[in-house]
Write a protein that binds this ligand. Structure first.
Ligand SMILES: CC(C)[C@H](C(=O)O)[C@@H](O)C(=O)O
Ligand code: SF4
Length: 469
């Protein structure tokens, strides 16, 4: 009998080129996504060494971090961004790589574009010079974020040196209550394991609540795996995955589809396979969650209050959480529903997909954004934007007073004109609430799209479970 293997073991074995004496392994890489921020030196390295891209057809480039989300026919206000974007256009032309520029309808955040195009497929190894590459694990793909020198290595060789990680299982049993979403699942998991909880592991998400999620929801969960410290996140592909992939521009067709499907159906963790670490959560007990600090592990229920760091026994941790509260301008004991917002951001590779925009629009209905709040919705890609407009979601948002923008990373990180001002407080559907993440001294609270939309209307956090739709 062959040894029982996890999904991670299987994908690893199928891509192993060689094991090296130093404990590293060379893996074959099926797909390489490229964006403007982490690729310039990689291409420069190829040029200096007179190398070509080994498999241009396995590589896809798109601009996302540095593009303004307003009128793109106007010049980029930031010369450095403009240079970086121009470099990506030049590099992809020189090396023969397909590139979606800011005027292409397929342009968007790299982790939204890959799945949308069927470039991301089950069982593949996928890399990108970006930590949230873990998103693609939602398809049962082994998806790693890599550094710029590794980007160069993959461009040149289509392989990557890796050390095999340990296996971790996060099982979410039961069914989510109404109003509680994939975003709340992953925030709760990170709250539970901490930002170092997944260190050295690849996490497989399983259980009834995960199976019940749409592909969009699964991407939200896998997207934030990296915030829990894990190398990658995985969900075994199933009928939902196959239905999502079927018919996408880059997905296999005809006989190739049938062959692929036969293989994809073998991609699950065998009965009795070993996990080095197991965490179990009950979905039915999860509330809508809001982050209160400057780390994605600083989370609390919407019905809770800002915690008191003095209750933390560890001195270093206590000091760091006091610092977080100071940065956030919050006092222990303040009910979360009393926290007032200045800004609301719906978007990012965590929650910028069509389902996210539908959820936000359903909460908005015919109401208006609170007078003291400035709110914006940034679709994750041109195709998401097009779909949302076909459904009239843009009209819902605009009538309510939200800004409706062009696709990109936008206010998820302060690398383009969309930024918080110092001390502005934002309900954000993105994935990181680090100091300065959304702008110098900006204050970020991570929430689901429905919670963000409700906060925009009410002007403060509200329990979405009590919202009258
Ligand atoms: C700019 C890029 C390298 C970065 C990442 O790796 O994740 C960004 O996408 C982020 O979310 O912080
Ligand atoms: S949307 Fe945010 S998290 Fe995602 S790739 Fe862009 S900057 Fe990174």
């Amino acid at each position: 009998m062959t040894k029982a293997r996890t999904l991670y073991d299987k994908i690893w074995d199928d891509h192993l080129v060689q094991n090296n004496p130093d404990g590293t392994s060379l893996l074959y890489i099926d797909r390489h996504l490229v964006h403007e921020v982490t690729s310039p030196q990689a291409f420069e390295g190829l040029r200096m060494n007179g190398r070509k891209v080994r498999h241009p057809e396995r590589t896809l480039a798109v601009v996302d971090h540095n593009v303004p989300t307003t009128d793109r026919s106007l010049p980029n206000p930031d010369p450095e961004s403009a240079t970086q974007i121009a470099a990506l256009a030049d590099n992809t032309r020189e090396f023969g790589i397909e590139y979606y520029d800011a005027f292409d309808k397929r342009q968007g955040i790299v982790h939204i574009v890959g799945p949308e195009q069927g470039f991301t497929l089950p069982g593949m190894t996928i890399v990108c010079g970006d930590s949230h590459t873990s998103t693609h694990g939602a398809f049962g793909a082994l998806a790693h974020g890599i550094g710029t020198s590794e980007v160069e290595h993959v461009l040149a060789t289509q392989t990557l040196l890796q050390q095999k990680a340990k296996n971790m299982l996060v099982r979410v049993d039961g069914q989510l209550p109404p109003g509680v979403t994939a975003k709340d699942i992953i925030l709760a998991i990170i709250g539970e394991i901490g930002t170092a909880g997944g260190n050295g592991h690849v996490i497989e998400f399983a259980g009834e609540a995960i199976r019940s999620l749409s592909m969009e929801g699964r991407m939200t969960v896998c997207n934030m795996t990296i915030e829990g410290g894990a190398r990658a996140g995985l969900i075994a592909p199933d009928e939902k995955t196959f239905a999502y992939v079927n018919g996408r521009p880059r997905a296999p067709k005809g006989a190739a589809w049938d062959m692929a499907l036969d293989y994809w159906k073998t991609l699950y963790t065998d009965e009795g396979a070993h996990f080095d670490k197991v965490v179990v959560l009950d979905a039915a007990k999860l509330p809508p969650i809001v982050s209160w600090g400057s780390s994605p592990e600083d989370v609390i229920s919407i019905t809770g209050a800002v915690p008191n760091p003095d209750d933390i026994p560890d001195e270093t941790k206590r000091a760091s959480k006091w610092r977080a509260l100071d940065y956030m301008g919050l006092k222990p004991g303040t009910p979360i529903t009393e926290i007032k917002l200045d800004r609301v951001f719906v978007g990012s590779c965590t929650n910028g997909r069509i389902e996210d925009l539908r959820a936000a629009a359903a909460v908005v209905g015919d109401r208006k954004v609170a007078a003291h709040v400035s709110a914006m919705v940034v679709p994750g890609s041109g195709l998401v934007k097009e779909q949302a407009e076909a459904e009239g979601l843009d009209v819902v948002f605009k009538n309510a007073g939200f800004e409706w923008r062009e696709p990109g990373c936008s206010m998820c990180l302060a690398m383009n004109p969309d930024k918080l001002k110092p001390e502005e407080r934002c309900a954000s559907t993105s994935n990181r609430n680090f100091e300065g993440r959304q702008g110098f001294k900006g204050r970020t609270h991570l929430v689901s799209p429905a919670m963000a939309a409700a906060a925009a209307i009410a002007g403060h956090f509200v329990d979405i479970r009590e919202w009258k739709h």
